[in-house]
Design a protein around this ligand. Structure first.
Ligand code: HPA
Length: 249
């Protein structure tokens, strides 16, 4: 089952359901001990390099954040031979540097999610792991992502704290004010438990946040209403640099 030379696995978030530039694509949907992944994994070639792509919410965006089988997604990518995962996460911006259409590579996170299976130690009889998570993203992979952005001339903000909320609703202004006080710069719904599970599974993992909107009350117009269309428009615009960045990576 291993597709031996997958050099990078990419997990796409809201508005990012395929990698248009992948060539010679094969489709895999391995069953895992945790169940089925969100959808087919497309493995293909990008400039001669083997790359796997999985749409986190399913290709038709049918899975809300709390229903995603994060364990199966990562286990399926690992079963295909992936060791490095770049997570694309659509996010809201909270602090000044993270306005709509910004790309960011956060270096910290706070987990506000609840009720999600967040460990591979869930089943009785499995060994309990207490992974080090002080640096939630793999430093070396973050460094490579930042270097690739620089080489390809794509603006990418280095650092920031990702607050992972439960969703699927967006947050209240009071919740975003609290996240800001806590030190969050970005807010999204899928950053956890994915990052923690990747560490438990021994996968290198980095996040590329695509800012789709000012989080509730965070932008210049405090009364702004966030619409799905705005989110999708900003994601599409912000993603224009992604193919070049991925190629460089
Ligand atoms: N909050 C949470 N998740 C998000 C947002 C937001 O404002 N925008 C895109 N994903």
């Amino acid at each position: 089952m291993t597709v031996s030379t997958i050099e990078l696995a990419v997990i796409g978030g809201t508005g990012l359901y395929k990698l248009a530039d992948l060539q010679d694509v094969e489709t895999h949907q391995p069953a895992t001990q945790y169940g089925a992944p969100s959808g087919p994994i497309r493995v293909g070639t990008l400039d001669g390099h083997r790359v796997a792509f999985l749409a986190r919410h399913g290709e038709g965006h049918s899975l809300p954040p709390h229903k995603i089988n994060y364990r199966a997604n990562l286990a399926a990518l690992k079963a295909l031979g992936a060791t490095r995962v770049l997570a694309l996460n659509t996010v809201g911006g909270i602090t000044e540097r993270f306005g709509p259409r910004v790309l960011a590579c956060p270096d910290q996170l706070i987990d506000y999610t609840w009720g999600r299976i967040s460990t591979v130690c869930e089943e009785e009889g499995t060994e309990v792991l207490h992974i080090d998570f002080g640096e939630p993203y793999t430093c070396a992979l973050r460094g490579e992502v930042l270097a690739a952005a620089q080489r390809s001339g794509v603006a990418l903000v280095d650092g920031g704290c990702y607050g992972a909320t439960q969703g699927p609703r967006l947050e209240t202004r009071a919740e975003i004010a609290r996240l800001r006080r806590d030190g969050c710069d970005l807010v999204g719904m899928t950053g956890m438990p994915e990052a923690g599970l990747a560490r438990e599974m021994g996968l290198d993992y980095a996040c590329l946040g695509i800012v789709a909107n000012w989080a509730a009350g965070a932008g210049p117009d405090p009364d702004e209403v966030i619409t799905l269309q705005d989110v999708l428009d900003h994601v599409a615009a912000a993603s224009s640099g992604l193919p070049a960045l991925l190629r460089a990576l």
